[in-house]
Design a protein around this ligand. Structure first.
Ligand code: NDP
Length: 248
């Protein structure tokens, strides 16, 4: 489908971790709304190239950047490279993340450093770099997790801690950047059918049961809310659950 809705015509967006899953769906949704899009990836070169082609098929410009959010300089540099490739940056979607669950005693120092580097430090540094470039109308949208709002069982200490930090960052960004006309919001997906959390995985049935609607969501359902926020002027510092009622 090649409909261009046009609410983001002329905008340039960067989606971190845009080669697969929620990030890829978001990149395509933003392009359908009229945005040019940069995506980052680490291993998925071919998948990222497919996303670029799909965006180009919609008549928008696209670029794929290999940039590991765990690396401090790459996390910030991706913002510069995206802005240079697209001629500016209006929308940053902090989507790249790693899900690491397990008993408290099983989590190593390396696990803690890795998860915080990708899920928290990389988000901070990309947001900082984006804020330095954005003008009025800029949007920072961060993908958190339903586990920042409700932890339904054991094994989530590290992941929930990392995703909860994004709420504090988002609220503080909203306060710091609101006067410049830049908004910051966080979207908390529930169980979403992706490579990270397949709907036929070993823990899938239990996760679906924890939602009010009794099913996994799709990456497109998260992307729709991200795209809405990319076009929303008077919404900032807010948390949005796209979780089928997981937090209800
Ligand atoms: P996937 O594992 O399906 O996709 C992850 C994407 O992020 C890939 O494009 C991957 O690139 C990229 N990525 C991974 N690590 C890095 C990194 N260090 N630097 C840059 N890019 C990276 O994940 P989802 O789509 O499921 O998740 C997206 C976001 O949504 C994450 O922040 C996750 O925590 C969050 N989330 C997901 C939920 C779910 O149920 N799926 C629920 C709640 C939140 P590559 O192809 O190169 O590996």
């Amino acid at each position: 489908m090649t409909t261009i809705y046009g609410t983001l015509n002329g905008k340039a967006a960067l989606v971190t971790g845009g080669s697969r899953g929620i990030g890829a769906a978001t990149a395509l949704r933003l392009a359908r709304e009229g945005a040019d899009v940069a995506v980052t990836y680490v291993n998925g070169k071919e998948a990222a190239a497919d996303v670029v082609r799909a965006v180009e098929d919609l008549g928008r410009r696209a670029v794929a950047l290999r940039a590991d959010s765990a690396d401090a300089s790459e996390a910030a540099d991706a913002v510069r490279l995206a802005a240079e490739a697209l001629g500016g940056l209006d929308v940053l979607v902090n989507n790249a993340g790693v899900g690491l669950l397990g008993p408290l005693e099983s989590l190593s120092l390396a696990d803690v450093d890795r998860v915080l580097a990708v899920n928290v430090r990389g988000v901070f540094l990309a947001s900082q770099a984006a804020a330095a470039r954005m003008t009025a109308g800029g949007r920072i949208i961060t993908v958190g997790s339903c586990m920042a709002q409700r932890v339904p069982g054991p094994g989530g200490t590290l992941y929930a801690m990392s995703k909860s930090a994004l709420t504090g960052l988002t609220k503080a960004l909203a306060r710091e950047l609101g006067g410049r006309g830049i908004t910051a919001n966080v979207v908390h997906p529930g169980p979403i059918d992706t490579d990270m959390n397949p709907s036929d995985g070993p823990y899938a049935a239990g996760q679906a049961q924890m939602t009010a609607v009794g099913r996994f969501g799709t990456a497109d359902e998260v992307a729709a809310t991200v795209a809405h926020l990319a076009g929303a002027d008077y919404v900032t510092g807010a948390e949005f659950s796209v979780d089928g009622g997981h937090a209800a």
